[in-house]
Design a binder for this molecule. Sequence first.
Ligand code: SAM
Ligand code: DTB
Ligand code: SF4
Length: 331
Amino acid sequence: MATTQFSVRNDWTTDQVAALFALPFNDLLFQAHSVHREFHPVNEVQVSTLLSIKTGACPEDCAYCPQSIRFNTGLKTEPLMDVTEVLAAAKNAKANGASRFCMGAAWRSPKDKELDTVIEMVKGVRDLGMETCVTLGMLKAQQAQRLADAGLDYYNHNLDTSEEYYKDIITTRSYGDRLDTLQNVRDAGINVCSGGIVGMGEKDEDRVGLLHRLATLPMHPQSVPINQLVRVEGTPLAETSELDALEFVRTIAVARITMPASMVRLSAGRSEMSDEMQALCFFAGANSIFYGDKLLTTENPDENHDLQLFARLGISPMAATPRNVGHSAAA
Ligand code: SAM
Ligand code: DTB
Ligand code: SF4
């Protein structure tokens, strides 16, 4: 059997993560791609489709978000969707080739009655043979357990940025609140999907801080979405200057190296990326995308464009994977 050169470890230091970011670009990409080849099928990308099941009027003040009630973004608010409508959208996503269906709600945290409806959605989507993911805001332990009992595969809850920069971006909850929810989700045995946003005007050390925090959690998130900020008019971050594209690729590469067994998702922001930049991200270790012409409220590349990009790169969509593939540190 081939000897493994890289291992899953949760003891990264901030300096080690910073040193990866500081490598010459080709050295960083070579290392990231080598890790990728050791842990993942090389030419396969997991395909998820997103649906906003409750849109806008969120009481939180996340400075990047078009759905906060505090900013005037012209977004049409929508109450929680009916289960039948959601299942019709999931069937359509499956027919278009998605293996995972992710449902997002603009809540600070769900009420128990709202959770009842989401649980019906989760069960229905599972019955279609798709993997399920929801993102509903903060969860109590008992709520996470109810979602686990319903068979939920993934819960998305992003740390978004470093602990230091977090306070500049959100004031209505703390980094600690975020970590508590992640613990409740982990303890319930649901796969964790947690990542962040880059291009919010953060410093280099904030990107280091975000990835360091994710890579030193008791268990690496099974899925790590790296979003590029979608600058939405009316939000406080609308005029943020564009991040150097190569810095985004570096973030993907460092996520791949520090969390080798996790799926790294090239998440929001693809509409503003060239095909060549996305190709570099796949080389650097991204192996998951959101597919379908809408994210939650903003645009995503159209499906034909993505299919053509996959064909040009010789990439095929990955089949659904089983629930609870733990990524703890190697013994
Ligand atoms: N309300 C829940 C929460 O905040 O956890 C779930 C939905 S929220 C829209 C899910 C994630 O979308 C956020 O954590 C953030 O990382 C991402 N997001 C929101 N607006 C974004 C934007 N303009 N650009 C990039 N990512 C964004
Ligand atoms: C994640 O990390 N990115 C997705 C998903 N998890 C829920 C959301 C992106 C939202 C982009 C802005 C919007 O479309 O509203
Ligand atoms: Fe609300 Fe989530 Fe948007 Fe924050 S990111 S304003 S919690 S929907």
